[in-house]
Design a protein around this ligand. Structure first.
Ligand SMILES: Cc1cc2nc3c(=O)[nH]c(=O)nc-3n(C[C@H](O)[C@H](O)[C@H](O)COP(=O)(O)OP(=O)(O)OC[C@H]3O[C@@H](n4cnc5c(N)ncnc54)[C@H](O)[C@@H]3O)c2cc1C
Length: 464
């Protein structure tokens, strides 16, 4: 657990207002409060954690927003997580899969897994890799990137359908950054280079003595980390207001007020982690054409042990509604009662569309999917299903997004006391460790600018 600082001095002449109590907002507020700043956090939702929040049902089942685990090579973030979780962290070895043509395969694709694919697919994938060095592809889109990296067969079978189904945008109209960031980090093993046959052979040899990847997770569920951090912030004198959407007022390059309901705060600085589009709208700037994906979660509780042991699995088939399923008990057994299993089934949508509005009507379809893919033996074993809606879950990287983002950032930069941060605030397809690192860097800068010589905990971020 994080310990309280010994002494606190006020370092800003008015409160720092942090908009959003997700990872970036909470870590920023915590580091600022530890350095003696007067901090007010305003969160729209009734709970803290943002996209990394959890849903707890009947004090028995815990579900996160899809699979959530910590993984970082940044030593400062590691140290921060050690302080945050203390003895409440558990490590587990990664086991993720992909469901393809009625079979389960290990995921990320490792070069040697190609041999387990249906023979015709494997043969064509190898042929692609042999010829790939001689082909020329464009640079711009997700499609270009994957074709160049993995060839047409793997693109067609693994990436095209899944990405189109997940994002609702054709890979041709999706920016290559989506592949660079998402596929390389979250889906494919970084070391498994497969661009051509020589790389494939090299990677295959390297894979044999590769240690399995281990992830860190709070024993009681992801929410444990954020409720503990919120308690620390309050213990340091910070305020956290939940259930209130913040509203900015400003002019002449200065945010003059932040409203939480009827309460008005005159901020020295604002850390904004809510959607960048909303900041533009509230400050009456041109609103960029940037969209965030919505997510429906069907949290299914089943009175049965699980026939598979993956933490999460991708389901790309067009006849299945579900995109991905995660199983919280394989992150930590404390998240489900013994002998029972929770399945968090993700279905993507756009906030406000038919699926978003009438998600509950899709429950039968989701349960049919679970039967079809062999996770649930029959419907009588299903004890309960809760449908949750997660807005702003992923920034959608359309091919034209960099220009839109750049102009939004430039117009917001004119407001000198406004600081964008985190995944949603920066329209950034990132992970929790990146939001933590970003919060460390931002608070270090804010404290330096406010004249604090050596910020006690933000100094963790020095050089980060
Ligand atoms: C399905 C899924 C799986 C993921 N898996 C992983 C994983 O395994 N590992 C990992 O490291 N990361 C994972 N991530 C990414 C991780 O969730 C994010 O990187 C992280 O939670 C982002 O935190 P943030 O604070 O930057 O943004 P957010 O969590 O988006 O925080 C923004 C906050 O602002 C609030 N807000 C919005 N509007 C307003 C307003 N008007 N007023 C006040 N508050 C407002 C929101 O409610 C939210 O709490 C996953 C994300 C998703 C969606």
């Amino acid at each position: 657990m994080l310990s309280a600082p010994t002494e606190s001095v006020s370092v800003f002449d008015a409160p720092v207002v942090v908009v959003g109590a997700g990872v970036a907002g909470l870590v920023s507020a915590h580091l600022l409060a530890e350095a003696g700043a007067d901090v007010v956090v305003i969160e729209k939702l009734p709970m803290v954690g943002g996209l990394a929040r959890s849903f707890v049902y009947d004090k028995q089942f815990v579900f996160d927003c899809g699979p959530h685990r910590f993984d970082t090579s940044n030593e400062h973030v590691k140290t921060y997580l050690d302080r945050l979780l203390g003895d409440n962290g558990t490590f587990f070895p990664r086991k993720s899969e992909v469901y393809f043509k009625g079979q389960y395969y290990g995921w990320p694709i490792k070069p040697q897994n190609l041999l387990q694919l249906p023979r015709d697919v494997a043969a064509r994938a190898f042929l692609d890799l042999t010829l790939n060095g001689f082909k020329h592809y464009g640079e711009m889109s997700f499609e270009d990137y994957i074709l160049r990296q993995y060839g047409p067969t793997l693109y067609e079978h693994f990436f095209l359908g899944y990405t189109h189904k997940f994002l609702g945008v054709h890979p041709r109209d999706t920016h290559s950054d989506w592949a660079k960031v998402g596929i390389n980090r979250a889906i494919l093993d970084d070391q498994a280079q497969m661009q051509n046959l020589a790389q494939l052979l090299k990677s295959t040899l390297l894979q044999f003595d590769k240690k399995s990847q281990h992830f860190l997770y709070p024993t009681q569920g992801m929410h444990q980390a954020w409720t503990s951090l919120a308690a620390q912030i309050r213990g340091l004198g910070g305020r956290i207001i939940t259930g209130q959407g913040a509203r900015l007022e400003g002019q002449n390059g200065h945010v003059d007020a932040v409203w939480a309901g009827d309460e008005r705060f005159k901020p020295s600085a604002v850390v904004w982690t809510a959607p960048i589009t909303l900041a533009c709208q509230q400050l009456q700037l041109p609103v960029p054409r940037l969209d965030y994906l919505g997510l429906l979660l069907f949290n299914v509780m089943v009175a049965e042990d699980c026939p598979r042991d993956y933490q999460w699995c991708y389901y790309g088939a067009a006849d299945l509604l579900i995109n991905r399923v995660s199983i919280p008990r394989f992150f930590s057994p404390a998240t489900a009662p013994t002998g029972m299993t929770g399945y968090c089934c993700e279905v993507s949508c756009m906030e406000g569309d038919q699926r978003w509005l009438e998600g509950e009507r899709l429950t039968d379809w989701v349960l049919d999917d679970l039967l079809k893919v062999g996770l649930v033996p029959n419907r009588h074993r299903v004890q309960d299903v809760r449908v949750e809606r997660v807005g702003d879950s992923y920034p959608i990287y359309r091919t034209g997004y960099p220009g839109q983002l750049d102009s939004a950032r430039r117009s917001l930069a004119a407001f000198h006391n406004l600081h964008l941060a985190g995944r949603t605030g920066l329209f950034w397809y990132n992970n929790m460790d990146h939001s933590i690192e970003n919060a460390m860097q931002l608070t270090t800068r804010l404290l330096r600018e406010s004249g604090v010589p050596e910020a006690p905990q933000a100094s963790l971020a020095a050089g980060a």
